[in-house]
Design a protein around this ligand. Structure first.
Ligand SMILES: Cc1cc2nc3c(=O)[nH]c(=O)nc-3n(C[C@H](O)[C@H](O)[C@H](O)COP(=O)(O)OP(=O)(O)OC[C@H]3O[C@@H](n4cnc5c(N)ncnc54)[C@H](O)[C@@H]3O)c2cc1C
Length: 420
């Protein structure tokens, strides 16, 4: 099989790169062994929430420019601040063109509300999820927090405790319906995706609307766990129209409905542009000649190779097995790329879970064009994008999705420049 570009990994980075290349007319394939981190998404995409020293960032584009000095190895510094600002605009458009309705501004972070009711800085948030411009204020005075009876991955009491700190009066409501009984028989089935499938049915959504209408009496707004619209786009509009009161969604513990929806939308967009998506296949090995990758081999295709002019490594970090930790080093398993890590294992992590963990910045070494380095030399046609890159702390710097999107667009731009 021959393509212009083969992308290994179908997470946010692989998808964004594939969509951009396919939009420009390239024949692209994405090979992805499993689901990705986006399935755990909060419904928001972070660009840069904090500088490496912990300073909060109000203007992500300005923050990225400041990284050049404080964190020269950060992927944003490698890409360059001006390019990052441009890619951020393209990324937001790319998400929207896939049908993911996001709002936000790369020059001004807003706050999303977490499943525990706390405010966290972010860049883009999917329509319907609760956000605020001021971490100390919420856009309502009296709210009803409604949960589905028996759903344990959503915590109304914790949320109310946080909301009350901001002067909001909180009430609670709950919803039950005979159609939920079948999944309730086994508590492990009471998960967001299963409940959302029930609410995809018109009759169940109408029943939920009726109950929400009842709960809305005397409230400025309703808070609902993200349990609607796994396979349809109109659920929130329908509820809002029926209830006549603002409804805000909050993310739940995974699996994440906004994440699953976003993944589906990106996949659909890639395929609609002519891209070929091989889900459930793993890239096992590669053949290189000199400094060029010629072909890769996958588990499902055996000795039938994938050949291409360009290859993109978007296999993610430890979470997706794009990086593996052995007792003494960090390994990139497909190409054996050079990796950045500190040699002494005792320095890889601290036992204080919320501290800055060194291992999070471990990753694949690249040159300024994000070409993968192997045995000290850049490979001509293999690029790395996304969470597998070295040099950044996605959790502490609140920049996970941004690095994946911007690096993917940077790689796509480099490939397109070479081809044109
Ligand atoms: C649990 C979790 C929640 C997060 N939530 C958020 C959030 O809410 N907001 C935010 O901004 N950031 C979040 N992040 C940060 C996240 O890292 C990025 O947002 C981004 O989704 C990472 O995308 P990626 O494509 O770089 O990597 P991944 O999403 O990890 O995707 C890598 C893909 O490569 C595939 N793969 C791996 N090896 C192979 C192989 N050999 N062959 C074929 N395929 C392979 C994997 O199956 C996977 O599909 C979260 C991260 C985690 C881990």
């Amino acid at each position: 099989m021959r393509f212009d570009t083969v992308i290994i990994g179908g997470g946010l980075a692989g998808m964004a790169c594939g969509i951009r290349l396919a939009e420009a007319g390239q024949r692209c394939a994405i090979v992805s062994q499993g689901q990705s981190a986006i399935h755990f998404s909060s419904g928001s995409f972070d660009l840069l929430g904090r500088l490496p020293d912990g300073t909060p960032v109000t203007d992500p584009v300005a923050g990225i420019a400041a990284l050049a000095e404080s964190a020269p190895a950060h992927p944003y510094s490698v890409i360059g601040a001006e390019r990052c600002a441009r890619h951020a605009e393209t990324a937001a458009e790319l998400l929207r063109s896939a049908g993911i309705r996001v709002a936000g501004d790369s020059r001004r972070n807003h706050f999303r509300i977490t499943p525990m009711g706390k405010a966290k800085r972010t860049w883009l948030t999917i329509d319907g999820y609760l956000t605020t411009d001021d971490a100390d204020r919420l856009p309502f005075k009296t709210v009803c927090i409604v949960n589905v009876e028996g759903f344990l991955d959503f915590y109304p009491e914790f949320i109310a405790e946080e909301f009350r700190k901001r002067g909001v009066e909180c009430r609670f409501g709950s919803f039950n319906h005979p159609d939920l009984e079948q999944i309730r028989r086994n508590p492990s089935e009471m998960r967001s995706a299963n409940i959302a499938r029930v609410f995809d049915r018109d009759a169940d959504l109408e029943a939920l609307a009726a109950e929400l209408h009842r709960c809305s009496e005397g409230c400025d707004a309703l808070i609902l766990p993200a349990l609607i619209g796994i396979n349809r786009n109109d659920s929130l509009e329908l509820l809002r129209a029926r209830v006549g009161c603002p409804i805000h969604l909050l993310p739940t513990l995974p699996p994440s409905i906004p994440g699953i929806r976003a993944q589906q939308a990106l996949q659909h967009r890639f395929r609609a542009l002519g891209g070929e998506y091989f889900l459930g296949d793993s890239v096992l090995s590669a053949e290189t000649r000199g400094s060029r990758v010629e072909r890769i081999y996958t588990a499902n295709h055996g000795n039938i190779p994938f050949e291409a002019a360009h290859f993109v490594l978007a296999t993610g970090s430890f979470f997706s097995k794009g990086l593996l930790a052995t007792p003494d080093r960090i390994v990139e398993p497909v190409f054996g790329a050079d990796t950045e890590f500190v040699p002494s294992r005792s320095e890889w992590y601290t036992l204080r879970f919320f501290d800055r963990q060194a291992y999070q910045a471990f990753g694949v070494k690249t040159d300024p064009a994000l070409r993968v380095i192997k045995e000290g030399k850049a490979l001509d046609n293999l690029y790395c994008a996304g969470a597998g890159l070295a040099g950044f702390h996605p959790v502490q710097e609140e920049c996970g999705a941004g690095v994946s999107l911007l690096s993917a667009l940077h790689v796509a731009e480099t490939i397109l420049k070479i081809e044109n």
